[in-house]
Design a protein around this ligand. Structure first.
Ligand code: PMP
Length: 386
């Protein structure tokens, strides 16, 4: 294969699959400045509206004054500070697990866990719509991978029955990142337990948003650490910061510290960021009104979209995808909204399966009712959706 990169890029563009970045010129908030002007955005995972909260920013500044900027080394050398340690304890408490371990990103957390727990003799059972970071982690750890149909516990049961690997791990998003629906966690946990497998939940989109105090989709489902031995959450979404954590037993966390390569061989997060995240976590746990507000906006949006007959997926979370089908149609919809001052990017293959390109509409606690109504008005005039 030659390095004719221009041809590859041109083909991608012709197929409507070209990915472009947009340069934001103001902080996270529903209304944001871009080079072409201000847009009302529905595409941020800042579900609780904390990314630009003054108390979180102030904690970051204080943290930098106290700790400086860089951690200077990996956690196992000299990078682990009291700020990181306190955050780990607070995260463990927030999700009701004995311990938690910080990772630099969710992508790395997933890779770290699978690499530390599994090898080529192991088996992984993965929901068809799991996030790319879980898919990549499963590939990298060299375990045998069985993909079960989305949310289909019966299909998983068949796969578990057909296989007797010494270590078996079921992996699922808690809230699916592009569909917004919930994994059938109670059924998955029951099956895993019956099959002596472990269940790992990536709760990137549930942590902070769902369950009592924002403890996440696993807590909302009433499941504990026996049912879900490995719980992963991210800090860059509902908490508005950056990074990720894995929570579980003492032995799990110690095993990750010993073996998770994406934990061991990388510089620790800046300690000031840990301070900012502690402030965000306190707000997320205490201010339930943020969860209530975003849920009320979701209900308002769904009621309005229902009246318009829009092809929304079944989702009760802040992720409200509107299926367009082809990439070109999703792009046309997104452009239609942008002409009306709204930013809702088209999500296309390979991020979502072929034929299911969509607008991934995301509501947050920072939106107002009038802004949701503006979105509905603009959606009412979408070209060619019926
Ligand atoms: N898991 C899921 C379900 C996600 O949606 C994401 C981020 N899009 C990640 C993991 C990766 O997290 P991070 O952005 O912290 O790498």
């Amino acid at each position: 294969m030659s390095f004719d990169l221009e041809a590859g890029l041109a083909a991608r563009r012709a197929a409507g699959l070209y990915r472009e970045r947009r340069i934001a010129q103001s902080p996270q908030s529903p209304l944001r400045k871009f080079p072409g002007g201000e847009l009302l955005t529905f595409c941020s995972n800042d579900y609780l509206g904390l990314a630009n909260h003054p108390a979180v920013g102030a904690a970051l500044v204080r943290g930098a004054q106290q700790w400086g900027v860089g951690a200077g080394a990996s956690h196992l050398l000299a990078g682990h500070t009291a700020a990181h340690h306190a955050l780990e304890e607070e995260l463990a408490d927030a999700v009701g697990r004995p311990r938690a371990l910080l990772f630099s990103t969710g992508y790395m957390a997933n890779q770290g866990v699978l690499g530390a727990l599994l090898d080529r003799r192991s088996a992984v059972y993965s929901d068809q719509l799991n996030h790319a970071s879980l898919i990549d982690a499963a590939r990298l750890c060299q375990a045998r991978v069985s993909v079960y149909r989305h949310g289909d516990a019966r299909h998983l049961a068949e796969q578990l029955a057909a296989d007797g690997a010494p270590r078996r791990l079921v992996i699922t998003d808690g809230v699916f990142s592009m569909d917004g629906d919930l994994a059938p966690l109670v059924e998955l946990a029951t099956l895993a337990r019956q099959s002596k497998a472990w269940l790992m939940v990536d709760d990137a989109h549930g942590f902070g948003v769902l369950g009592p105090g924002g403890a996440g989709s696993v807590a909302q489902a009433g499941l504990d650490g026996d049912a879900v031995p490995v719980l992963m959450g991210t800090l860059g979404k509902a908490l508005g910061c950056f990074g990720a954590f894995v929570a579980g037993s003492e032995a799990l966390i110690e095993t990750l510290i010993q073996h998770a390569r994406s934990y061991i061989y990388t510089t620790a997060l800046p300690p000031a960021l840990a301070e900012a995240t502690r402030a965000a976590l306190r707000l997320a746990r205490a201010e339930s009104w943020r969860r209530e507000k975003v849920q009320a906006l979701v209900a308002r949006f769904r009621a309005g979209a229902g009246q318009l007959g829009l092809p929304l997926l079944e989702s009760t979370t802040p992720i409200q995808p509107l299926i367009a089908g082809s990439a070109q149609r999703a792009l046309a919809w997104s452009a239609h909204l942008e002409r009306r001052g709204l930013l809702v990017p088209a999500v296309r293959p390979p991020t979502v399966p072929e034929g299911t390109a969509r607008l991934r509409i995301v509501l947050t606690a920072a939106h107002e009712e009038a802004q949701v109504d503006r979105l509905l008005d603009a959606l009412a005039g979408l070209p060619d959706w019926a």
